[in-house]
Design a protein around this ligand. Structure first.
Ligand code: NAD
Length: 488
């Protein structure tokens, strides 16, 4: 079995315990991972804290920080294929997707390398003639970054990039499911020339590792991506250290198609919007909201496309949909479909696990036209299950789109420009894609509200979120300050 190590204070170690990681394509253990417990987490936070105050890091100019991040970007690009293969092996995400995504991860680091020396303070036109007042933007301190198993290299880059650009230090907790790519990334990061302790990477389980990290007294900010239930733990944990939090959570994103849309484009975007990454994507367009006049034709074309998807081994370039990450995910999918059918949903295609080796669940479409209470319309399910409802008027489309406690992403397909603008205004979500879906860039902020969390990743704002403002007052008068206790 392949062996992986954790990365603390610039050194590699085995962790307090070890655990096996299974290949989702076969269900067979292929590697052993370091399990971080309290002592490891304490050591990682201590290393990050020491690095934060060290002259090597605290005294480094912002331009120099940027150069190191740029070096890291180059290293990620050079090692992209190896990282992609490891992510595919350990999480089951197909190689087509991991190769493209990790090559693009390097661009996120490049973007934040460029931003490092552009995080500026401000001068205030203060209302006192003998004072100069300005604001310094300073790093928040030690950041705990906690990520889920899907797209771990990407979800860490959107935290590590802006945090290091701002001058913070980081303890990253990789998910216990599929941590191999992040533990390998530690070896790549180690070559980029940062002082020891600036980034520490551990993995382990929620209560023993994630909870200890997010409640640690020396952690100043917790950047979390995961599910809403875990986010509630994170917020409760942060009651201990009163750290600030940013929460990137799940979604139940509407994908709205009007009758005037380019239907073939909409079908293709919907297929990738829900079935890419086997549906294990926070922005998955998991609720198709479709105009009644094109309902039958659109659904028929969608079914045809879904059934033509090539399901196979994740490491095969021909595969379009691979396994889910864990057996528990397959069981949850089957349960969601069963409960939704009991509430009146109709299976258009898919619906039952493939059986045999590996954690496979086929692309599934559920027609919920007669099942407005079906759980698949409200519960985030992190898998290849699409729920479909229909509308007749634009107002009804908006009501259906906003009928969710989440607020992450949304898609609108229409050729009517004025309607597109009304929909953009009326949809409650952090992202609206019009006549496209799933587009991302380091330059654009990403995030949601409601059960989808708060805070944004990507863009300039994300780097500012890793800073705090210090107000500086400087008296410019040489006149002596009068003794306030001498009566005149
Ligand atoms: P999860 O919430 O179960 O786990 C996420 C991380 O939290 C893991 O590293 C886990 O070990 C850790 N954790 C668990 N319990 C903890 C605790 N008590 N304290 C601290 N940390 C703890 O999520 P998951 O099942 O791995 O991933 C799927 C979820 O992630 C979905 O809801 C999905 O929508 C969400 N997600 C969101 C985004 C986004 O950017 N908005 C991106 C990807 C995934």
């Amino acid at each position: 079995m392949q062996q992986f190590q954790q990365y603390i204070g610039g050194g590699f170690s085995d962790g307090s315990a070890r655990f096996d990681s299974a290949d989702p394509a076969t269900g067979i253990a292929w590697a052993q991972m370091p399990e971080a417990r309290r002592d490891d987490v304490n050591a990682a936070v201590a290393a990050a804290k020491a690095a934060f105050f060290s002259p090597e890091w605290a005294g480094m100019t912002a331009s120099e920080r940027g150069k190191r991040i740029a070096r890291m970007a180059d290293l990620v690009a050079e090692n992209a294929q190896k990282l992609a293969e490891l992510e595919t092996r350990d999480t089951g995400k197909i190689i087509r997707e991991t190769s493209a995504q990790i090559a693009y991860v390097a661009e996120y680091y490049r973007y934040y390398a460029g931003l490092a020396d552009k995080i500026e303070g401000a001068h205030l036109p203060i209302d006192k003639p003998d004072m100069e007042v300005w604001l310094r933007r300073e790093p928040v301190g030690v950041v705990a970054a906690v990520v889920p198993w899907n797209s771990q290299l990407f979800l860490s880059a959107v935290k590590i990039g802006p945090a290091l650009a701002a001058g913070c230090t980081v303890v990253l907790k990789a998910s216990e499911e599929g941590p191999a790519p992040l533990l390998e990334f530690a070896r790549i990061f180690d070559q980029a020339g940062f002082p020891p302790g600036v980034l520490n990477i551990v993995t382990g389980f929620g209560p023993e590792c994630g909870a200890v990290l997010s409640s640690h007294p020396d952690v100043d900010h917790v950047a979390f991506t995961g599910g809403p239930e875990t986010a509630r733990h994170i917020v409760r944990n942060s009651a201990e250290n009163l750290a600030s939090t940013s929460l990137e959570l799940g979604g139940k994103s509407p994908f709205i198609v009007f009758a005037d849309a380019d239907l073939e484009s909409a079908v293709n975007a919907q297929v990738s919007g829900i079935f890419a990454a086997s549906g294990q994507s926070c922005v998955a367009g998991s609720r198709l909201v479709i105009q009644d006049s094109i309902f039958d034709a659109f659904l028929a074309r969608l079914k045809e496309k879904a059934e033509a998807i090539v399901i196979g081994r994740p490491d095969d370039m021909a595969t379009e949909v691979g396994p889910l990450c864990t057996k528990a995910q397959v069981d949850r999918a089957a349960d969601l479909v069963a409960r939704s059918c009991a509430a009146g949903a109709r299976v258009v295609t898919g619906g039952t696990p493939r059986g045999g080796n590996g954690y496979y669940f086929p692309p599934t479409i559920l027609d919920c036209s007669d099942a407005p209470q079906a759980p698949c319309l409200t519960e985030e399910f992190f898998g290849p299950v699409l729920s479909v409802v229909q509308f007749s008027s634009e107002a009804e489309a908006v009501t259906l789109a906003n009928n969710t406690a989440y607020g992450l992403a949304s898609g609108v397909f229409t050729k009517d420009l004025t309607r597109a603008h009304r929909m953009i205004r009326n949809i409650k979500a952090g992202i609206v894609w019009v006549n496209t879906y799933r587009a991302v860039s380091p330059i654009a902020p990403f995030g949601g509200h409601g059960l989808s969390g708060h805070g944004r990743e990507g863009g300039l704002q994300a780097a500012l979120d890793y800073t705090r403002v210090k107000a500086v007052w400087l008296r410019t008068s040489d006149d002596p300050i009068p003794d306030p206790f001498v009566m005149r």
